[in-house]
Design a protein around this ligand. Sequence first.
Ligand code: NDP
Length: 329
Amino acid sequence: MTFASSSSRYEAMPYVRCGRSGLKLPGISLGLWQNFGDVNSYATGREVVLRAFDLGITHFDLANNYGPPPGSAERNFGRMLREDLRAYRDELVVSTKAGYVMWPGPYGDWGSRKSLLNSLDQSLERLGLEAVDIFYSHRFDPETPLEETMGALDTAVRSGKALYAGISNYPAEQTRRAAAILKQLGTPCLIHQARYNLLDRWIEEGLTDVIAEEGVGCIVFQPLAQGQLTARYLQGIPADSRATREWFLKTAQIHQNLPKVRALNAIAERRGQSLAEMALAWVLRQPVVTSALIGASSTAQLEQNLKALNRLEFAPEELARIEEALSAQ
Ligand code: NDP
């Protein structure tokens, strides 16, 4: 049956200006790194994406290598675009990236012009699109001149294959240089995509200042620390959870963080929120943060996470209690 989106889809979601650009992003965006590959159920992935759009999530984040297998998340999302979301294409912000290993040999990885632009062509083919909205350099490449990597992003935009350029995982100093080069080329850096959550606060040590000064937007990924900042692992490791795959999320890491997570959970309960909701509200309290980029393996998770938007403010005592919880061993 043809998908018809809810007419109330723009009623609850806040849309936040991305840095000093003209583009607004939803307060919460959905990423397709895991749960949307060929190893996952297409029907469930589709249900999550369509529900997300119905709830006001207009931004969907991909990369060349998302799956597994690599490329399958883009192919699956391309099918949703074709079969369900075609009429809504201009209501969506679709992003993709290149910079991690994608194909064999010296050109399928890192940040050369060759790698980025060939990868973008491949992504467009898998997605069935003529252009993505945002094209990212997925990581800083210390062996390629930054001028070359940024030049490739500029070409992507000028050739009409991307509307905006972004960078991801760049340290503070390289972010400043990248923003300056892009500005000079006339294609301003729209956005920085960086990991940020209660258990990983590296962006507070310099990057947020650069982002604010340069007027770049900031979308933070893994705000739930891959599920650790939810109730998912409070009673052990569920059989259907990401941790059982021991891929990027290790059970040892979960056990190590558990005392902090339990202490945080108690604070969330006192606030009348789930831990996931509090963890999302906490990243969104950062003034530079435009959007929190979550993953979800079910519509129930997605719906719970969106409730974070109902209670974003923190009292100073709550923030102090959170700092205390984070020092728990
Ligand atoms: P999250 O921290 O949001 O973790 C998502 C996972 O947490 C879900 O798959 C689910 O795990 C669990 N979860 C989510 N909500 C709930 C809930 N309410 N209750 C219980 N468990 C919950 O982020 P991801 O690691 O998925 O990353 C999000 C996106 O960030 C990616 O899709 C990608 O777009 C981007 N990203 C970017 C990177 C970069 O280098 N630029 C790197 C990594 C991610 P389960 O599957 O076990 O149910």
